[in-house]
Design a protein around this ligand. Sequence first.
Ligand code: 5GP
Ligand code: ZN
Length: 119
Amino acid sequence: RGVRPLSDCLFCKIVEGTIPSRKVYEDDSVIAFHDIQPQAPVHLLVIPKKHIATMNDCEEQDQMLLGHLLLSAQKIAKEAGLAEGGYRLINNCGRDSGQVVFHIHWHILGGEKLGPLNA
Ligand code: 5GP
Ligand code: ZN
């Protein structure tokens, strides 16, 4: 189903703290941390603590969580100094997008003029 906690999921381990990360935000349901291989001067990842594999696996009951995550991303981007210059918020879903970590996440990219979306 793609919603159960996975003991072999990288981002579940980051949530649990068994794999270290450079955390910039945490609340009851969401965490954000620096991407290990930044593609821009600021490259953060925002994830729900709940294991949801992809956008395809979100359900009606996740509505509050997803809304809360987006508003958290706004706060995190502001806190990172990106409000004025702007930023890109990206979710990759599935094979064609190049998603590699199957625990849903949003990339926050900014800190410079970004290239074309599909470069
Ligand atoms: P995706 O392609 O699935 O949307 O992006 C996954 C992202 O996770 C990539 O940008 C990758 O650099 C990042 N990533 C992969 N492994 C780790 C890790 O162990 N720690 C952190 N902080 N980021 C990771
Ligand atoms: Zn997970």
